[in-house]
Ligand binder design. Structure first.
Ligand SMILES: C[S@@+](CC[C@H](N)C(=O)[O-])C[C@H]1O[C@@H](n2cnc3c(N)ncnc32)[C@H](O)[C@@H]1O
Length: 185
């Protein structure tokens, strides 16, 4: 069986799919954004990383796929955008604590790293998270349920963040969960 890295490398060697443009939910959150150090987790080809760097963030773009990150670097080209790419397997890589003003996670979920995501936020830091939930199985029964947000939505994994947005069932099929939270501690 192919590893996650092999699967994503082979997918990104054909194309970046729908991932050429920043996610609409991130754009909708623009009024909450400022500047500082950002982490785009499981960034893929990095459309969100490019967007964040273009508005003034220093971005760490982490993903398991070297091919995805190379696509991101090609897209940056000679533009002098402050994006640092790193091939990282989030199942094993400890995120630096108390380090980021903003963390974005789009279309990726692994319950075991949610506490690390929380700890990686600086005081006042913002988490913007949007990904598929359990209802996605009714559209794609083959999808691995470990990678889907369970009933209750994303807020249950970030209990001490101040909730700014918490939508358990977004999109017409209700198969996407969205959360924006702020670290007040
Ligand atoms: C559906 S894509 C989302 C990409 C991007 N966030 C977006 O929304 O366009 C899921 C991403 O998770 C990455 N990924 C999967 N498992 C990973 C892991 N264990 N560590 C780091 N990245 C991983 C894949 O390489 C892929 O780029």
């Amino acid at each position: 069986m192919k590893s996650d890295r092999e699967r994503w490398d082979s997918r990104y060697s054909d194309e970046c799919g729908d991932n050429l443009y920043p996610d609409q939910f991130l754009i909708d959150c623009s009024h909450l954004l400022s500047s500082g150090r950002a982490l785009d987790l499981a960034c893929g080809c990095g459309a969100n990383s490019i967007f964040l760097s273009s508005i003034g963030y220093w971005v760490d773009a982490f993903d398991i796929s070297l091919v995805g990150l190379r696509n991101l670097q090609k897209r940056i080209g000679f533009a002098n955008l402050p994006i640092g790419c790193a091939v990282v397997d989030l199942d094993y890589y400890p995120l630096p604590a108390d380090s980021y003003d903003l963390i974005t996670v789009f279309n990726f979920f692994a319950e075991q790293i949610t506490s690390q995501i929380r700890l990686a936020l600086k005081k006042g830091g913002l988490l913007i998270y949007s990904t598929y939930n359990y209802k996605h199985l009714s559209l794609k029964p083959e999808f691995c349920s470990d990678y889907l947000v369970p009933r209750g939505g994303l807020a249950q994994f970030f209990p001490d963040l101040e909730v700014i947005v918490d939508i358990e069932n977004a999109e017409p099929a209700g198969n996407v969960s969205r959360f924006v939270g702020k670290n007040r501690n």
